[in-house]
Design a protein around this ligand. Structure first.
Ligand code: BGC
Length: 358
């Protein structure tokens, strides 16, 4: 069958190949026909040879972790049937397995020996079909057919927010204002999820005001600030107390300013996987003093567990109910998978590019 693949470690290696074996499901596994796969920053890094590993002795890695498919065959007893719309989770447990991996929390793996489909050690979903253990398949209603491919990036947001709220149970908290840094898919989804939870949300990003993303956010009652006009350091005075910051720019430059935006007892969620190294001259005494005297909190978050996929499905449904058609506008380009290379050329107006397989 055909698939979009890369040679991990090799720069600019993305290609479409026709010699990928059809899946041979192990006992108990389902076969899923792929409908769509989203392209994300991690895929670009893998294509650039900066990240990712192929399974075992395979000379290539089938790319793709943002996925949507339809069940072709599935053994009985898993609550799934032929024709169901499904999204697969990304991470698989480590071999030990550590306590989180043994408790269906592969996203919190302690050994680092987990595997991720389409990223590290396992083929991904940018192929015509794949096989998978049904426990890693999450069913979606057919009403979400046109937005379901956004579920995986939405789970990153769900996990970040869920953890922030759980950690903040340390106090009586009535959060009102959130700032999201970055207007890529994760940033926009984070802003939407926070707005749905009643926060006043401001997205701050590089693009000028009045362009597509600003207008899209405005439709959902989310404010937009261009950092070209308003430097991040001015946001605190402009907005007042900021209770929650969601950093999703992918840029190392923003990490320290993100933490500095926090109001007293505020929480900063860091979600960008930044490559390479970056040294900064930071006034640690002031930073530490503000963290301590303000009971501030900063944490990192990656990947997501099954419950975050289920929560993401509920948010995608809620968004559709509240603002029909809005979520679908985040998919700014759909291309046949055979044009995968073109998917990597992005314009500032692009939010999510999706490859179509069927
Ligand atoms: C994916 C996560 C993954 C992370 C690190 C992200 O792009 O969405 O599922 O854990 O990359 O590999």
């Amino acid at each position: 069958m055909k698939a979009v693949a890369v040679v991990p470690g090799n720069k600019n290696s993305l290609h479409v190949r026709a010699d990928v074996p059809e899946p041979t499901p192990a006992a108990g596994e389902a076969v899923v026909r792929v409908l769509e796969a989203g392209v994300c920053g991690t895929d670009v890094e893998i294509h650039q040879g900066l990240y990712g590993s192929a399974p075992g002795a395979s000379p290539y890695l089938v790319l793709g972790h943002e996925n949507l498919g339809v069940v072709e065959t599935v053994p009985a007893g898993h609550g799934l049937e032929e024709g169901d719309l499904v999204v697969a989770t990304v991470r698989r447990p480590c071999d030990e397995p550590c306590r989180p991996c043994a408790s269906d929390q592969n996203d919190m793996c302690l050994t680092g020996r987990f595997q991720e489909r389409g990223i590290g050690g396992l083929h991904g979903f940018m192929s015509e079909r794949y096989s998978e253990n049904p426990r890693y398949l999450v069913k979606l209603p057919h009403s979400l057919r046109h937005t379901a491919v956004l579920l995986e990036p939405m789970t990153i947001v769900q996990k970040g927010i869920e953890q922030a709220l759980r950690i903040q149970e340390r106090m009586a908290w009535d959060p009102r204002r959130a700032v999201v840094l970055g207007a890529g898919p994760v940033g926009i989804l984070a802003a939407a999820a926070l707005r749905m939870r009643g926060y006043q949300v401001t997205v701050a990003a590089l693009e000028p005001e009045g362009t597509f993303k600003d207008l899209l956010l405005d439709e959902a009652g989310i404010d937009y600030v261009s950092t070209g006009r308003t430097p991040l350091s001015d946001l605190k005075t402009k907005l007042g107390r900021i209770d929650l910051v969601f950093e999703a720019t992918g840029s190392t430059h923003v990490v320290v300013p993100a933490m500095q935006l926090l109001g007293p007892a505020g929480v900063c969620i860091l979600s960008s996987v930044t490559g390479g190294t970056k040294n900064l001259d930071v006034d640690v005494a002031t930073w530490n003093r503000e963290m301590v005297l303000g009971n501030r909190l900063v944490f990192g978050t990656v990947n997501a567990a099954r419950r975050h996929f289920e929560a993401g499905v509920r948010d995608l449904e809620f968004a559709e109910e509240r603002l029909p058609g809005w979520m679908a506008k985040l998919i700014t380009r759909r291309l046949p998978f055979t044009d995968a290379l073109r998917a990597l050329d992005r314009t500032p107006e692009d939010v999510k590019t999706v490859l179509e397989f069927a």
